[in-house]
Structure formats: C-alpha cells, structure tokens
Design a protein around this ligand. Structure first.
Ligand code: ADP
Length: 219
C-alpha cells in the first residue's frame, strides 16, 4: 500500500502519518524530516539547507530526489507513506516513474483540508520532541504535553521549528497555493484523491482516514 498525505503547512500530516504508520505498518517518509536532518550538518551544504528551510520556500527537485533516493535505498519496507512529498507536478511524475519501475502504484492520496486562519494558530503553538520527533501543540488543550517542554513519550526536550513563525508560514502557505495545490486536480483526475476535513480532533481525522482505507480495501 502506498499513500500520500497532501496538505498545507501544519494541517496535521506528521501527526496522522505517525498514527497510520503504526496501524498499517507503513514506512513513513517525511521529506521535511530528511531535509532537517541534512540541515543540522555542520558543513556548507547543511548551512545552505538551514537557510532555505527557515525562509519557507521549497527546496529544489534535484536535492529532494538525491536525498529521497538515498533514503529509499536503505529502506526494506516498501509500503510507503509520503508526508510532504510530492510538492509539485514534476515531483509527482517522477514518483510515478519510480513506482512503475518497482511494478507498484499509488493507492491513496489524502487531502487534509484546514482553513488558513486555523493553520496560523496551530503553527505558533507547535512543539517537536528532539529525541523521537513527536509533535505537540501548546495552544490546543488536547495536544499539550503533560509537563512543560517535555515529551510525554520519551521525556526528550521539546523545541520550536525555525520555520514555525508567522513570516515563514505566509511563504510556506503561498508555496503551497502556487505549486502544491495543482496536485489536487492531478490526483483527482486519477481518481485516487480523498478529501478529509482536518479541523477536527486528531482522533476524528484518523478515524476518517482509516474508514476510507478499510472501505476501499474491501472492494
Ligand atoms: P510543512 O508541510 O508543515 O511546511 P515540512 O516538514 O513538510 O513542513 O516541510 C518543511 C520545509 O521543507 C518546506 O517548507 C520546504 O522548504 C521543504 N520541503 C519539504 N518537502 C519538500 C519537497 N517535497 N519539495 C521541496 N521542498 C520540500
């Protein structure tokens, strides 16, 4: 099973990916996480990446495919759950070619829909665990950590991403509208796009996602 989570910034891709990964034993691939790992390197390339990520613009397709291909080579589980990829039509076409080579295909593209104003509120409250990557939100009661700045799961320290501020958000959102939102029609035409209203609780969104998967798998 291969799935794409398509959504504007902070719509909950990472949160839902973690839940889906566990339930369906998928290989969660977040290009954002792969890029942040590269950006933490203390060399010129790392510094360049850090600058791009902080600004909120998209990274070039060449860099994305270099990092992604290298990562995929090291993965045994080929049931892929993409979070933050593809982000434009060119990336989508190259992904399709890659899957065809493996005699595989995409099964579901979930579009997580949330209003811009809600996304803006979510962005400033998001905190991530440095150790295990779990996400929290200090502005939303049900997503707050039990102890301030400490991860409930592994007791690691929580931090705020450099691009989780209003200025970067505006640019990330505009990039989404300009480049990524074209994928909505693209996948709708292929009849694998499923719209999920994602301004609900994370449990409700997850239930909807699972409902679609179970229903389609029975067909
Ligand atoms: P979000 O979707 O919440 O903005 P991500 O972690 O998915 O967060 O992405 C963070 C940043 O990483 C993006 O703003 C962009 O600069 C870069 N990025 C991630 N995935 C891609 C991709 N597939 N193509 C180009 N840039 C990407």
């Amino acid at each position: 099973m291969n799935i794409i989570l398509l959504a504007p910034p902070a719509a909950g891709k990472g949160t839902q990916a973690e839940l889906l990964e566990n339930k369906y034993h998928l290989n969660h691939i977040s290009t954002g996480d792969l890029l942040r790992k590269t950006a933490s390197r203390d060399d010129d390339f790392g510094k360049k990446m850090k600058g791009i990520l902080e600004s909120g613009v998209l990274v070039s397709d060449e860099i994305i495919f270099e990092i992604l291909t290298k990562h995929l080579e090291s993965c045994e589980n080929k049931n892929l759950l993409f979070d933050g990829f593809p982000r434009n039509i060119h990336q989508a076409e190259r992904l399709e070619e890659m899957l065809e080579k493996w005699h595989d295909k995409l099964d579901f593209v979930f579009l997580l829909e949330v209003d811009k104003e809600i996304l803006k509120q979510r962005i400033t409250g998001r905190r991530i665990c440095r150790e295990c990557g779990s996400a929290y939100n200090v502005n939303i009661d049900s997503l707050k950590p039990k102890v301030d700045s400490i991860c409930d799961k592994c007791h690691g320290n929580l931090y705020q991403r450099d691009d989780d501020n209003e200025k970067s958000f505006e640019i990330r959102y505009q990039e989404y509208l300009d480049k990524t939102s074209a994928l909505i029609d693209y996948y709708q035409n292929k009849q694998i796009l499923y719209r999920i209203q994602s301004d609900q609780s994370k449990e409700e969104v997850f239930q909807e996602l699972c409902g679609v998967i179970e229903k389609e798998m029975k067909k």
